[in-house]
Write a protein that binds this ligand. Structure first.
Ligand SMILES: [Zn+2]
Length: 210
């Protein structure tokens, strides 16, 4: 048997629980103004936009598009305004063969490049992959050695690519479609490849039609 005091405590507890339940029902029914709605999912790596240029009919060896000097199209090198910490990013994609991942002698990192290079490179990866090829990246940011002193590789604004599964001319066409500002089918020298470069502000304006 419960004593009078115990009965009083039990009654107080039941009443308190009832009042609390009613208050909570009111708050939930109206919605809680202090609670923010769940955040929208944010895409960390947005998909590369669709290519913005038509496929050229030809892209002969040792020619470049557009037919103007690289410095006038992509902008000459200017190391005084370049900042590695601000301008460079690290890019990875398992569909790409990155030369520096297989090079045990050199200290280069072909994943490191100017942020303006990322969008056209992503589009190129998609285009090559859609044709069953594997894009090979041989050179991106190279601050010292290999390239001449005016090379845009020293700002990470140039990338050298090949692909074993298609002729270099076809790859050059895809590079142009992908939206690099300047594309060069470089067949002179040691290893033929496609050299692509971009303006510092590439991606902030529409790519001009060919
Ligand atoms: Zn190059």
């Amino acid at each position: 048997m419960l004593t009078r005091t115990e009965k009083r405590w039990l009654l107080t507890g039941v009443l308190s629980a009832l009042i609390l339940f009613l208050l909570l029902s009111l708050v939930i029914g109206r919605g809680c103004g202090a609670c923010a709605p769940p955040p929208e999912p944010v895409a960390v790596e947005p998909a590369a936009p669709a290519p913005r240029r038509a496929l050229p009919d030809t892209f002969p060896r040792n020619t470049h598009r557009p037919p103007r000097p690289e410095g006038r199209v992509s902008g000459s090198i200017d190391l005084a305004t370049f900042s590695a910490g601000r301008d460079l990013v690290y890019v990875d994609d398992p569909r790409v063969w990155w030369e520096s991942d297989h090079d045990e002698i050199d200290t280069e990192c072909d994943h490191t490049m100017h942020r303006a290079l990322v969008a056209p490179l992503r589009r190129l990866i998609e285009l090559v992959d859609a044709r069953g090829g594997t894009l090979e990246v041989h050179d991106a940011y190279r601050p010292v050695n290999v390239h001449n002193s005016r090379s845009l590789h020293k700002e990470g604004r140039a990338v050298d690519v090949t692909c074993d599964q298609m002729p270099l001319e076809e790859l050059a066409k895809l590079c142009w479609v992908a939206g690099f500002d300047w594309v060069y089918y470089e067949a002179r020298g040691s290893g033929p490849h496609i050299h692509c470069s971009v303006r510092r502000d590439a991606g902030t304006a529409e790519v001009a039609a060919p």
